[in-house]
Design a protein around this ligand. Structure first.
Ligand SMILES: NC(=O)c1ccc[n+]([C@@H]2O[C@H](COP(=O)([O-])OP(=O)(O)OC[C@H]3O[C@@H](n4cnc5c(N)ncnc54)[C@H](OP(=O)(O)O)[C@@H]3O)[C@@H](O)[C@H]2O)c1
Length: 196
């Protein structure tokens, strides 16, 4: 399994580095321009061009919501890939989204991909920290209309040291982690730790 983060989400990259798991990172810029930043996080953080990074099996979409269409254009089809939607469409009017969760729009744009909403409810400064907290593990919420994809990202979250909690479909429990207009889903910013 191969991984990429589109938009250089340093907090996410750190989570991979902490466990020694290789992940590509890409922005709109030449990879050489952020190679030093990637290297400072760890040797498993590999800067790439967007066109190369999207070859990964599992792709974290960590750009501003407004930029998702630009990323979606990078491939004609996203068949066989899983997109983890880390965006928060805060401030985007519900009318603009036809009343649907923003993740549904992203799912349509990345045609053929399985979509999981996740890793978006914590601010970067919190996600940045070691998820082992007082003997428990920091919770990440996952929502998807595809149970197998949610399970796949749940396994990855486990491997990264988090405690994944599945919320169900995007339009059901998933609404708890979707920003809507100028309001936040009720679970966004809730920094929870699970003790097994
Ligand atoms: N910051 C947080 O605390 C936080 C928490 C939870 C969720 N989020 C969500 O995560 C997303 C990113 O937030 P952020 O604060 O990291 O935003 P940001 O500081 O604006 O960073 C955006 C990143 O995306 C890259 N990018 C922009 N357009 C791109 C494109 N077309 N192709 C590839 N890369 C592109 C930018 O690289 P360039 O240098 O090339 O522009 C930059 O690395 C947002 O949707 C936000 O809502 C953020």
């Amino acid at each position: 399994m191969t991984y990429a983060i589109i938009g250089f989400g340093k907090a996410l990259a750190k989570a991979f580095a902490r466990k020694g798991i290789e992940v590509s990172v890409a922005t709109t810029r030449d990879p050489e321009s952020f190679a030093a930043d990637a290297g400072a996080i760890g040797p498993t953080i590999i800067p790439k061009k967007l066109t190369d990074a999207v070859e990964a099996d599992i792709i974290f979409l960590a750009v501003r919501f407004e930029s998702y269409l630009d990323v979606a254009k990078a491939l004609p089809t996203w068949q066989g890939k899983t997109i983890v939607d880390v965006t928060n469409a805060y401030g985007v009017s519900p009318e603009e989204l036809g009343g649907q969760p923003s993740s549904k729009f992203i799912e349509q744009a990345f045609s053929g991909a399985k979509l999981v909403k996740g890793f978006n409810h914590l601010i970067a400064a919190t996600l940045d920290q070691d998820p082992s907290v007082h003997g428990g593990r920091r919770v990440v919420f996952l929502a998807s209309d595809d149970d197998a994809a949610a399970a796949e990202i749940g396994t990855l979250a486990d491997n990264l040291g988090f405690s994944p909690i599945k919320l169900g479909g995007l339009s059901e429990g998933g609404l708890l982690v979707q920003a809507r207009g100028n309001s936040w889903g009720h679970l966004i910013f809730k920094d929870l730790v699970k003790f097994d």
